[in-house]
Ligand binder design. Sequence first.
Ligand code: ATP
Length: 663
Amino acid sequence: MPLAPTPEQQLILQSDAPVLMVEAVAGAGKTTTLAMLAAQARGEVLGLCFSAGAKLRFQQKLHEECPGRQVSVMTMEEFARALLSRLAHDGLVDKAQFCPSEESLRPQVVAAAEAVWQRYEERRGDFDFSFRDNSARIDAMLALLATLKATTVARRFQEDLEQDDIEQIAERFDVPPQAVEICQAYERMRQLEPGVYLWQGLADLVPDVLSLLSLHPSALDSIRQVRLCLVDEWHDVNAAEFELLQIFRRQARLVVVGDRSQVINTARGADIHFSHLGFELGFPGAQRLELSKSHRFGISVAKLAARASGRKCQPMADTYSSVGRHEYDAAGAGCAPAVAQQVARLVQEGGKLSDIAIIVREADQTIAIENALLDAKLPYACDGVESYLLRPEILMLRGLLHVACGDYATLRGDKDVCARMAAALYQFLSIDSASEVWDSSHEMYGSGSSLAARAQEDVAQDPAMLAWLVGDALCAEAASDGGAARRWKQRLRQVVDEMRQRGAGEMQQDAAALLHFASQTLDLPAAASRAVVNRRQADSALRAIQAFVAFARQHGGMDVAAFLQELQQRQKRVGSQGFSGKRKQLTLTTVAAAKGREWPCVMVPLIEQGQFPRGRDTEEEKRYFYVAITRAMQALLLFEPDERNAAARSYLMAGFRKPEADA
Ligand SMILES: Nc1ncnc2c1ncn2[C@@H]1O[C@H](COP(=O)(O)OP(=O)(O)OP(=O)(O)O)[C@@H](O)[C@H]1O
């Protein structure tokens, strides 16, 4: 049933500005307001948004607010694809092959990496160009490429870039320069000449329409003009999409709604300079109106949201919400036990687990929390983040432990985990598989199937094949190996041999000692940077490794096989929770995955320096914090170091120290 508009919504409905930006706070009814605008509009209306989830929510709101009205809602990629079809239909461009899945793009990344590798031959350095078998690394490159396109940096790839330019781009995106060169090589292979593309992936669609329209400006005349264009979640807009909307709009009325404090989607190139600060430069004369009242939470959360964002945020009338601050011993037991204790307390007081979400800044922070929840028998489901037990960096360590003790009993029958473990070992520990190694491995296994793919199949059939993968295949030297690759393989062989000696026999060492030895002796920072390309993700993988070693230390004294069994038990308990529709469980998620959602009770753990904030950009960290706290409807619990560890406290909590509750 249509809702009666609030006074702020009424102002928006009455505006006739050709371009209107609505600045909203979290839960202020952004999508609802757009649906109200569609309901009263005449002529053709187009709804645009930036993700499949947002599209669904937009369609639902349209259904509630204007049930009889036909409004086409598209994601930006769908919109760009429709424009490309139109241009192809008019004979202005040749239709390129559309590759919606990353899988179909992977071979092109491998080819681009090999092309750059040829150029580097003599001065290869530390960068590993062996992408062929490593789908996780390839996908990391595709993600980088998508970001370069979204920020329009990739447009420069047709120029002859100097080494200085490449290095500047690399620094800006926190990746090695070789990764930028691979992206450039890929783009040059894809675009034969201006406007002629061999293939198009999802991330290519918007930038390609943009360059086609700049090559053929008159093509715009054949594109049907809509009367009203409504854009939801404007805070996710990137540079390429901003430009496309500027060109596409012409006479159409444009209304965008967003929350500048929710600009955290940097992976898709979301940039506050486009979505908010520079809006008037792109759309001169635009009107700005507000939706400052949240329909989600009461005054205490609203006050914190206002403090975090530096903007007005009004609460929902007659709604009670509480904010609690909880302390933990950052130098001792850490935050996780305090979180589990609070969950247990809420449940004892009659609260429902399904009403609770624990929102962490980064995925690596779930390790201690998952273990504390498992120890306290509090069911949880990971949402938008993989349980730590199944993340590649942890599967890699688990795989090494299996090889060390030669015990594969817990893996038998678990084909999925076996295959993922083989892939993780390959992702983190393989290096520099120059063509010679690939070719000989193809010979070894018969042509057509890569070493990594075969390793996954073989380990899934027989987990004992992990010993061959780690102890033989990944250490096998090839004539074409550079010095760094040779040293890495020799070191890996020594470590695996030593772990086997230490992990078996009379003097058997425990899992913590073995993991400590592996993490000290192998150059894991280098392995992590190779495995994931982006330095931020590599840092997160390393932190996860440290947290896992710390967890193993808590089980000191347990032999390796028993520790592996313990891990498998834990994995089973997480797995069964994930699949059980009946058992009530709380949600464990990250800030990025929680955006756009809400829960009656939200807990934000680990608010301490180096954890939350995580990055150096204080404004961005504040936005992450704002997104986390504004997911709460009735209760918000914040966790920070106690007085004894006051030096570790986060600037994000400055001014938050007084516990508050609605009067
Ligand atoms: N005029 C109104 N009267 C009563 N409730 C309203 C009104 N407008 C919106 N709401 C309610 O406010 C809630 C949030 O609305 P909506 O989902 O549109 O917000 P949003 O700003 O898009 O949220 P988010 O911050 O998650 O992006 C919904 O439950 C919606 O029904």
